[in-house]
Design a protein around this ligand. Sequence first.
Ligand SMILES: Nc1ncnc2c1ncn2[C@@H]1O[C@H](COP(=O)(O)OP(=O)(O)OC[C@H]2O[C@@H]([n+]3cccc(C(=O)O)c3)[C@H](O)[C@@H]2O)[C@@H](O)[C@H]1O
Ligand SMILES: Nc1ncnc2c1ncn2[C@@H]1O[C@H](COP(=O)(O)OP(=O)(O)OP(=O)(O)O)[C@@H](O)[C@H]1O
Ligand SMILES: NC(=O)CC[C@H](N)C(=O)O
Length: 552
Amino acid sequence: MADTFRLTLAQLNPTVGAFEANAAKALDAWEEGRRAGADMVMLPEMFLTGYQAQDLVLKPAFVQDAMAAMERLAARITDGPALGIGGPYWDDTGHYNAWWVLRDGKVAARILKHNLPHEDVFDEYRLFDSGQISGPVRIGAARVGIPVCEDSWHPEVAETLLETGAEILIVPNGSPYFRDKQDVRMNVIVSRVVETGLPVVYLNTVGGQDDQLFDGASFVLNPHGEIAAQLPAFEECVTHVDFTRGVEGWRAVPQGLTPQPDAWEQDYHAMVLGLRDYLGKSGFRKVVLGLSGGVDSALVAVIAADAIGAENVHCVMLPSRHTSQGSLDDAAALAHRIGARLDTVEIEGSREAVTGALAHIMAGTEPDSTEENIQSRLRGVMLMAISNKFGGMLLTTGNKSEMAVGYCTIYGDMSGGYNPLKDLYKTRVFETCRWRNANHRPWMKGPAGEVIPTVIIDKPPSAELRDNQKDQDSLPPYEVLDAILERLVEDDQSVAEIVAAGFDRATVKRVEHLLYISEWKRFQSAPGPRLTRRAFWLDRRYPMVNRWRDQG
Ligand SMILES: Nc1ncnc2c1ncn2[C@@H]1O[C@H](COP(=O)(O)OP(=O)(O)OC[C@H]2O[C@@H]([n+]3cccc(C(=O)O)c3)[C@H](O)[C@@H]2O)[C@@H](O)[C@H]1O
Ligand SMILES: Nc1ncnc2c1ncn2[C@@H]1O[C@H](COP(=O)(O)OP(=O)(O)OP(=O)(O)O)[C@@H](O)[C@H]1O
Ligand SMILES: NC(=O)CC[C@H](N)C(=O)O
């Protein structure tokens, strides 16, 4: 019997619901594997339907369609390697998240996911039944055991596979990104390697789906934890891994390891890919955004230029009487540096028209945030008109600090279809601008160099909705605000714990209050790429009506 086994890893980007396009990608990878003499070509979890398909997999017509597409794909897998690919499977016993092994024109095996994730962004108890643990499958000279994603996060499935004769573990994944997740995965898989003494192949999906990013970064570990292959993060890649059998069993032949990005590059790439895929997969090619001369819209414009090319980014400066010359100059400099179109639309005339029309109702009242918000909403009206007319999606720019405390105007600057900064705290916005000015990568479509003028990064943030307004008039300094928010949101700390860590109690209570009273705003906010374990959406599901406050 041959003592070699060649596995093709297809770290590819599917689109939810695009069965034929996903099957075509799988088939291309299979052809590539066949040309390379592979024994098996492997695609990620639920690749045929795209992941996560959420409640679509509760719909009989969707699953029937997917299973029919799978049978059609199977019929084409002849005279070549086996093809492993994820897709739903329903029978009389239940509804499963399955990984299908196609060979010789038919379905050779279906591996049913046993452990269903039901934390953070996952709700698979609601969507699937837990499958019986399947035994290993013989492919060429090797018996492969197949834990499906979450199955590899617990010892049980891998142990059973070892006991039933598995020689190599291959894990198809739909593992969504959060910052430094790769370290978490590596620790999990090292545990499986240590427990079983088997080589483990970890293949992840790549691409954006709504708010979630799948970062690829697939890898292969040999017994004793040696990394034999490391694929790129956030990029598609098809590669072949050879295994040879020696006296100690199968080992992957080590190959070149793609360097992995640091946390700043990970987040930046996640924001770029998240935007590119959200636009591309929803059928958009262009964006429009309000460019204020401030740091948030500057970073969003650069992310957009990197995602879809500056020629597809339409920046609009919408000055009011409170807009400083500095803001006008800074917006112009930014647009010039990235090479994007910049138009100017004055809002002063329409502001006067709106306040005039309301004058008889507002008579006797004092100016307050009402008048400030009208400016913000007029910008939304103008920008949405440009979006409607020319077809670019409006990007909104509120960072995580602002979204957390509701420091943004509903139906005003919150207007827009996607928000690249939604999960990035303001202190990280500044740092990310500096990182992008100092770094350029081949996957960035925008220009290299100092694309964001340092004056934009260094000046005190201002909404410029009234004269001499600064964010710090309404909010604690961002270093303090973000530190408190991180403890409240990411770490679920109590008020007492935060105060014990040295923060002023009144400030902590104020931030807690603002966080809770703006839940409704976030409910109505645009989606954005998930960068942390606690993004505002599926990771953190809080009620909008909530009178509880931490008394600590
Ligand atoms: N629980 C709830 N469910 C449903 N609606 C609720 C609500 N609580 C208040 N509301 C409604 O929300 C309204 C208040 O919210 P909203 O109209 O957004 O206005 P509001 O939050 O009062 O003011 C906007 C804030 O965002 C700041 N800001 C910062 C940066 C940029 C920008 C910008 O616009 O460019 C703005 C601005 O300085 C101001 O502090 C109320 O009139 C009330 O009707
Ligand atoms: N004068 C303006 N021209 C164009 N867009 C504007 C203008 N002012 C605000 N906006 C839009 O509204 C968003 C909220 O901006 P604002 O300046 O009020 O607060 P910010 O959070 O400091 O954002 P930024 O750092 O981008 O200025 C901006 O990012 C921008 O998209
Ligand atoms: N799709 C899954 O089963 C996810 C498993 C695991 N919790 C992860 O995030 O990678």
